[in-house]
Design a protein around this ligand. Structure first.
Ligand SMILES: [Zn+2]
Length: 195
């Protein structure tokens, strides 16, 4: 810190640091609660831990968006892409972007989406509920995660069977609500190894 401009920014960084820490921790605790509810204890504890390492945390503070928009988008606005997100997606198996690999056959696209393991599809679903709840604060309703997903569903590279399961869970949430959907996941869906 040597220039006046940098010194002036210190209170802003402290504010952003507290705000970003609160946002990611609030999200993590909510996903943990949901994961525990369906019996995914290890995933509940480990969810999004990489957000606390310097590669992701410092960027999150620098591009903090006030808690109602992702700091990754703030970084994209400024440098054109998000280094924090690239670090995150390669380490967290509940993101479908983690499951994109080279096509071993000589047909179609060079990169192809892989069918995600069941327990990570469930974590991705719970992650989406928690994100919708936090970004929409008091106005959250059970149809919001499906609406958010539907906005980009046709344009994302996710395996078609993974898409079908995610859609089914989001639709179940919209129609039957959180309690029934979480009970179904715990008592029925997770009794199987695959889908
Ligand atoms: Zn994540």
């Amino acid at each position: 810190m040597n220039t006046i401009e940098e010194i002036i920014k210190i209170p802003k960084y402290i504010y952003n640091c507290t705000g970003h820490f609160k946002t990611i921790t609030q999200h993590k605790l909510l996903v943990m609660k949901y994961c525990f509810r369906v019996g995914l204890y290890y995933q509940g504890l480990m969810h999004d831990l990489s957000k606390y390492c310097p590669e992701e945390f410092i960027t999150g503070v620098k591009y903090y968006q006030g808690g109602n928009r992702s700091s990754n988008n703030g970084e994209r606005d400024v440098i054109g892409y998000s280094k924090a997100w690239l670090h995150h997606q390669g380490r967290n198996k509940h993101h479908y972007e983690y499951w994109i690999d080279y096509n071993s056959r000589n047909d179609g696209d060079v990169m192809v989406p892989i069918k995600m393991p069941l327990k990570y599809v469930v974590e991705m679903f719970l992650d989406r509920i928690a994100a919708s709840r936090i970004y929409n604060k008091g106005s959250y309703t059970d149809d919001m995660p499906l609406k958010y997903y539907a906005y980009s569903a046709n344009r994302i590279p996710m395996h078609k069977e993974t898409k079908a399961l995610l859609y089914g869970l989001l639709r179940m949430l919209e129609v039957y609500g959180e309690d029934k959907t979480l009970n179904f996941i715990k008592r029925r869906l997770l009794k199987y190894d695959t889908y």
